[in-house]
Design a binder for this molecule. Structure first.
Ligand code: AMP
Ligand code: MG
Length: 492
């Protein structure tokens, strides 16, 4: 019996072959299982057998291919920092589509499994640190309740990977609703092949948006549906202070999952201009820019879909533009909803004035946080727990004025104080993947004396982000003062 019971049915590989290239995982010299997500394996119906870790490592490095797998590299293009490029999986392989017991279909992808026809000058490899980082942060996002790709395992390959230093190589097994991206459509648009575009539209609709099939204009309905899910997703990122860091169009998934954890990180001090990525010098992908960038990316999707929206170019442009313009309102609605939940402001109050006043109330709090360099996560949680120190309120009139108005608004709601607090706490995490904690855990896990324990401990804490865990105060704390500004690097 194989240690993982995959059930593959590879529909993407049956699409026209312009959309992918066959490739095989590189042989790993000495694969070693570093982390394995048993809960996820069980929920996928894999019946994991952990008794033979060597066999598991062979499977999850690509040394042994499971029955039914058909490894391919997917073709795509993308706008990277605003510039168009033909890309494709340069260091990833889609192993196949697995059918879960509940009928759900998921992509199983190796990341870091060696060169593909799309690798160009890259080596197709990934280093252990960045793969552990993706594992940790994607699982943390899942626990926060945010749509995301998952990580099933990270295997160290025993191969050296040359970056600025020599690093341990690794393969991450990524589970996603799919790997269809805005860039997949940009790739098809660049090839100017109407039948390929139709095939990809039909595939995407079947996979993620079956209701669009019945629409008068399925391509337009698809665009609108993707816009809606992205507006929701970005609002959810902003709820927890998540900065994706590299929102290129090839890193925007059509099904509305967070994908491609490279230079991402969580805010500590609230400042919408925060950008951690070392290569994002213009702060294109800063925290507060994420909605505008999402809309820009969606406009690239709209352009790619236009030939299928209407044969008349002017009409297609009109319809596409109208759909893109709606993103602003959609996002504003989701964002208001998210921030209301963070502040315990119910929306069933009968007073229309309260509804209208909520947006400025939220704005004023954010302005206060920015001016006081307050920690985003901690501030909201303290508000929900009623833990703002009395002396703070006594000495900061901006805060106390705001607090009085907030309390008055809460008093007009039908909820009890306990209900408000519970509602807030369900939306304001105690534990996020704090940059200094992530670094410490990765350093231990990739250092000369490999110690995975701090990583596993952090992962465990992040799996229950909304509930206080005993003796875990340190994981909730902002970074110690006086440290250098945090920087992230692309996981290449
Ligand atoms: P990313 O920044 O991870 O979204 O990757 C952007 C593009 O670069 C994708 O086409 C990747 O497949 C490719 N790429 C990233 N790292 C490597 C690598 N080490 N070898 C080959 N291709 C890579
Ligand atoms: Mg990418």
């Amino acid at each position: 019996m194989a240690p993982l019971s995959w059930r593959f049915d590879n529909r993407y590989a049956r699409l026209p072959d312009a959309l992918f290239a066959y490739a095989k995982p590189a042989r790993a010299r000495d694969p070693r299982l570093v982390v394995f997500n048993e809960t996820l394996a069980c929920s996928l119906g894999l019946d994991p057998d952990l008794s033979d870790r060597a066999q598991l490592a062979a499977l999850l490095s690509g040394n042994t291919l499971p029955e039914g797998a058909q490894p391919i590299a997917q073709a795509y293009a993308g706008h990277q920092f605003g510039h168009f490029a033909m890309l494709g999986d340069g260091r990833a392989l889609l192993l196949g589509e697995h059918l879960c017991p509940d009928g759900q279909r998921v992509d199983v992808q190796f990341k870091g499994s060696g060169p593909t026809p799309f690798s160009r000058r890259g080596d197709g490899r990934a280093a252990l640190g960045p793969m552990l980082r993706e594992h940790l942060i994607s699982e943390a996002m899942h626990a926060l309740g945010i749509p995301t790709t998952r990580s099933l395992a990270v295997v160290a390959t025993g191969e050296a990977v040359l970056r600025e230093n020599i690093l341990d190589g690794a393969v991450l097994t990524r589970i996603a609703a799919s790997h269809l991206r805005v860039g997949t459509f940009e790739y098809v648009a660049a090839r100017n092949d109407p039948s390929l575009l139709d095939a990809l539209i039909a595939f995407t609709i079947d996979r993620h948006y079956p209701a669009c099939r019945e629409a008068e204009r399925p391509a337009l309905a698809l665009l609108e549906a993707v816009i809606e899910r992205q507006a929701f997703l970005i609002a959810e990122w902003m709820r927890v202070g998540f900065i994706h860091g590299v929102m290129n169009t090839d890193n925007m998934s059509l099904c509305g999952e967070t994908i491609d954890y490279g230079p991402c990180a969580f805010l500590d001090v609230y400042d919408p201009a925060t950008a951690f990525s070392s290569i994002d010098r213009g702060r294109r992908y800063a925290f507060g820019n994420q909605p505008q960038i999402a809309q820009w990316n969606l406009a690239r999707l709209a352009e790619a879909l236009m030939p299928a929206i209407d044969a008349d170019g002017d009409r297609a442009l009109d319809l596409a533009q109208h759909a893109i313009e709606r993103f602003g309102d959609l996002f504003a609605r989701y964002h208001l909803d998210v921030m209301r939940r963070k502040l315990g402001l119910d929306d069933d109050t009968r007073a229309d004035d309260d509804q209208a006043d909520d947006a400025p109330l939220i704005e004023q709090l954010l302005d206060w946080m920015q001016s006081r360099k307050a920690d985003y996560t901690q501030s909201f949680r303290m508000l929900g727990e009623g833990l703002i120190p009395a002396e703070r309120l006594a000495t900061d009139t901006t805060l106390s004025d705001w607090h009085t108005r907030w309390q008055a608004r809460l008093n007009r709601s039908k909820r009890s104080a306990a209900e408000t607090s519970a509602a807030m706490n369900a939306n304001n995490p105690i534990y996020i993947a704090r940059n200094h904690q992530v670094e410490a855990a990765l350093e231990a896990a990739t250092g000369p004396v490999l110690d995975i324990v701090p990583f596993e401990k952090l992962l465990t804490v992040l799996r229950t982000p909304y509930a206080a865990q005993p003796e875990c105060e340190a994981y909730a704390a902002p970074p110690p003062p006086g440290g250098r500004p945090y920087q992230t690097f692309c996981g290449t």
